[in-house]
Design a protein around this ligand. Structure first.
Ligand code: IPE
Ligand code: IPE
Ligand code: MG
Length: 227
């Protein structure tokens, strides 16, 4: 299959490098996270100029609980602020929120805000999927358990029980910050995704970086095991 000009329906991003961005500027880590939220905002705004149906963002991993309490508090507070400030814009821009991960065990006020945001954006046509308290291995284990309880552990049955079940197949996975690893993100879903590892730190990521990633994706030849 020729890859010329193909369009990505589903793009996922491991938003990494906030800490290093702040360190380089001799700023506290939280400033890197704040600037990272601004990058998210601009990116979501730019979605309407692309053909992407679903953008999935890795915001907080189940392993990020290992960080100092102060940083976790900063991240949770930024999340609260972001939902409050940007929900009206999501609704106005036809963005539908989806969440991957064990988000129901976050702080009760965050759970309540997220439930409200999910309900208010349910009619949107373009999906913003956010991975919150997400770990791919636990996701697969949970899906396998659910599939087993229904009688057969097949790949299709597992697929149906993943957090990503309602989303289109993953086409492109991007990681910023220069690290070349998946850090327990979408291990199953990435089976045939194209990958792009960028040297830019997340707070410096702009809609133009996304556009250039989509161009690169358009030139990739995907084979899915065929020839
Ligand atoms: C990504 O930036 C944000 C989260 C993981 C929440 P980091 O905080 O991991 O930044 P680096 O990797 O230390 O630079
Ligand atoms: C992955 O980044 C998680 C998110 C971007 C939310 P990390 O910074 O947590 O990953 P590692 O620890 O470098 O692998
Ligand atoms: Mg990191």
């Amino acid at each position: 299959m020729s890859g010329e000009g193909q369009q990505a329906r589903h793009v996922a991003i491991i938003m990494d490098g906030n800490g290093r961005w702040a360190k380089r500027k001799h700023l506290p880590r939280v400033m890197g996270h704040r600037k990272g939220v601004e990058a998210v905002r601009e990116l979501v705004r730019s979605l309407k100029d692309t053909n992407i149906e679903c953008l999935t963002l890795y915001a907080f991993s189940s392993e990020n609980w290992k960080r100092p309490e102060e940083e976790i508090d900063d991240l949770m507070n930024l999340m609260r602020k972001f939902i409050k400030s940007d929900l009206p814009e999501f609704i106005a821009n036809d963005v539908k929120l989806h969440i991957l991960g064990d988000w129901q065990s976050l702080a009760p006020d965050i759970v309540e805000m997220l439930e409200d945001a999910l309900a208010q954006t349910a009619g949107g046509s373009r999906t913003l999927a956010v991975a919150l308290n997400y770990g791919s291995q636990a996701e697969i284990a949970q899906a396998a358990r659910a599939a087993a309880s229904e009688g057969e552990i097949t790949a299709e049955a597992i697929d149906r029980h993943l957090y990503s079940a309602p989303l289109p197949p993953l086409d492109l996975l991007i990681r910023t910050s220069g690290e070349v690893r998946l850090s327990n993100f979408l291990l199953w879903q990435a089976a045939y995704a194209e990958m792009l590892f960028l040297d830019v730190l997340w707070p410096d990521f702009t809609p133009d970086h996304l556009k250039s990633a989509l161009m690169k994706f358009g030139e990739r030849e995907r084979r899915f095991g065929g020839r």
